[in-house]
Design a protein around this ligand. Sequence first.
Ligand SMILES: [Zn+2]
Length: 283
Amino acid sequence: MQFKAGQLRRVAGASVPVFRHVGHNPGPMTGPGTNTYFLGAERRCVVDPGPADAQQVESLLRCVEGPLDVILVTHTHRDHSPAARLLQEATGAQLVGASVPDAIAQDATFVPDIEVQHGQVLELQDFSIECIATPGHVSNHFCYLVREEQGLLTGDHVLQGTTPVILPPDGDMQAYLASLAELLTRPLAFLAPGHGDIMRQPHAEIRQLIAHRQRRENKIIEALRKSGPASIDAVVLMAYDDVAEHLLPWAAKTLLAHLIKLEREGRALVRDENWELLTHEGN
Ligand SMILES: [Zn+2]
């Protein structure tokens, strides 16, 4: 089986091997489980250790062959970073990531030793990693580029088989689209997402994701044009009619992210919890 919990597989990389460990946390929001990546022939660097349960940490420690130097986290949602502290206690590795924002579903235990900066390059034993700020899904999200491979570890910024939820106010649709556009300017050979499989056509994937958001925005504008002022609960039924019912509460949050973007652009406004288009959009 391709995604077997606890299994370590080499999934990418020629000179810098990229190994994937699948977490013991499959589910509607995590797909087959959180992907943890071990980088380099000696696996001394790990990205996104995942949830802090004993089984996960034990399983990760089995993947560490010698010393572990660095633990990177893409962001601090509870399915990505909580095992970092436990893994650090067991190995002494340095924690690298961005501090936890004041937002929901965050891992308050994560305290980085190195506060990651946009453009920072980490020189590891036999390869280097460029840290790229990619706010949007959450404000403290970073992607990590294995420079020798042009391979990008995308966390929840780009997922395989699904699109990330954007949870306002910390999640920000404008920032998300700008972060995607920034990635398009770079040469990329593969994307290694936080959930799902390796993607070998990075630019096509990123362009599809931008087009998907644009189509959704168009649907939201169309729904508001037909309905006039409407609540989030009403708009979500119209603009997300292709989404399974149990996912609608999440869709409503991403819808709000779209509406906030339209509001900032002067294209929509909210009055008494009802959203409406500004006149020029309604025509
Ligand atoms: Zn996340």
